[in-house]
Design a protein around this ligand. Structure first.
Ligand code: PMP
Length: 306
C-alpha cells in the first residue's frame, strides 16, 4: 500500500504517496496515542463527488484528540479543506479518506508533553467493506471472546489508534473461525458493537441499538440511521441489549462508514429472522444510499462537494 502513485496530505502539504514517511521512533508507534477517522466520498447521481458528513468526522477527530490530550496544530476548516484537496489530487470519484493525527519523534517515554502533533490525510478507492454479497444477503458474525473496552479504560468516545488492538483481535478471531465479523460485549456482558461497526436490532417493528454506556463509538452512520428512522416513522430505542435478545430478534444490521448498512443473517450459527436481509434493514439501507448519493434533498447539507 505504501508504494503507489498519488498524493498524501502531510502536515499542511501534499506529498508524493511513496514519500509520506515518519521515523521509527515516532511516539504513537510505540505507545498508541493517536486518533483517526474513516470518511467516505461518494459519486452522486448527478455525477459530482461529495464527502459525506465531512464536518462531523472532522469534529469527532478533534474531539478524539481532545480526549487524548493532543492539540492538533490545524483548524477544523483546514482539515476539512485537506480532505477535499486529497480527493481532488488523487482524482477520486468516490473512495475512503483516512485522516490520522499522531505524536511525533521528538522524544520517547510515556508522556506526550512537549512532543509535536502531526496530521495526515490519505484517500483511496474502497468498495463494500464486508462484501457486495453481504450487503444483499447479510453476513455471518460471532460474539467475540474479547470484551469491548470499558468506558473508563481507553476512552471509548475517542477513535483512538490504541483502541483498535481490541478490534483487530476480535476481527481476527471471528474471521479465522470462518465468520465475517465480530460482535463485542461490554464488561457487564451487554451487547456493545462490532469490531468496526455499530449494531442495530429489529424486534416487532421497533429498532434497538445499544446506548453509548456499553462502550460503543458514537458512530456517524449510527446517527444517520437515527435520522432515517425518524423520517420513516420507525421507533428507535437506545438501551442495554443482551446477547439472547439479539438471537431472537427479527433483523440485525451493522452500520459504519466502511460497512455502510450491512445486514447480519447469522450470529453464532443461529439464523436471525428469515436468514437473509430483512425488510426494515432493506428500507434503511436504501434510504441511506439515497442520502449519500444525493437523492434526498433534505440531507444535501451533509454532502460537501469536492
Ligand atoms: N465502532 C467502531 C469501533 C468503529 O471503528 C466504527 C467505524 N468508525 C464505528 C463504530 C462506526 O462509526 P462511523 O459510522 O462513524 O464510521
Amino acid at each position: 500500500m505504501s508504494d503507489r502513485d498519488g498524493k498524501i496530505w502531510m502536515d499542511g502539504q501534499l506529498v508524493e504517496w511513496r514519500d509520506a514517511k515518519i521515523h521509527v521512533l515516532s511516539h504513537t508507534l510505540h505507545y498508541g496515542c493517536g486518533a483517526f477517522e474513516g470518511v467516505r466520498a461518494y459519486k452522486g447521481d448527478d455525477g459530482s463527488t461529495a464527502i459525506f458528513r465531512l464536518e462531523e468526522h472532522t469534529k469527532r477527530l478533534f474531539n478524539s484528540a481532545k480526549i487524548l490530550r493532543m492539540t492538533i496544530p490545524f483548524t477544523q476548516d483546514e482539515v476539512n479543506q485537506a480532505q477535499i484537496e486529497v480527493i481532488r489530487a488523487n482524482k477520486l470519484e468516490s473512495g475512503y479518506l483516512r485522516p490520522l493525527t499522531w505524536v511525533g519523534d521528538k522524544k520517547l517515554g510515556v508522556s506526550t508533553k512537549g512532543n509535536d502533533i502531526h496530521l495526515m490525510v490519505a484517500a483511496w478507492p474502497w468498495g463494500a467493506y464486508l462484501g457486495e454479497e453481504g450487503m444483499k444477503r447479510g453476513i455471518r458474525v460471532k460474539i467475540s471472546s474479547y470484551t469491548r473496552h470499558h468506558v473508563n479504560i481507553t476512552m471509548t468516545q475517542a477513535k483512538a489508534v490504541s483502541n483498535y488492538t481490541n478490534s483487530i483481535l476480535a476481527n481476527r478471531e471471528a474471521t479465522d473461525d470462518g465468520y465475517d465479523e465480530a460482535v463485542l460485549l461490554d464488561a457487564s456482558g451487554f451487547v456493545s458493537e462490532g469490531a468496526g461497526e455499530n449494531i442495530f436490532v429489529v424486534k416487532d417493528g421497533v429498532i434497538y441499538t445499544p446506548d453509548l454506556s456499553a462502550g460503543a463509538l458514537n458512530g456517524i452512520t449510527r446517527n444517520t440511521v437515527l435520522h432515517i428512522c425518524r423520517d420513516l416513522g420507525l421507533e428507535l430505542v437506545q438501551k442495554r441489549i443482551t446477547r439472547d435478545e439479539v438471537y431472537i430478534s427479527d433483523e440485525v444490521f451493522f452500520t459504519g462508514t466502511a460497512a455502510e448498512v450491512t445486514p447480519i443473517r447469522e450470529i453464532d450459527r443461529i439464523e436471525i429472522g428469515s436468514g437473509s436481509r430483512g425488510p426494515i434493514t432493506e428500507k434503511i439501507q436504501s434510504a441511506f444510499f439515497d442520502i449519500v448519493n444525493g437523492r434526498n434533498p433534505k440531507y444535501a447539507h451533509w454532502l460537501s462537494k469536492v
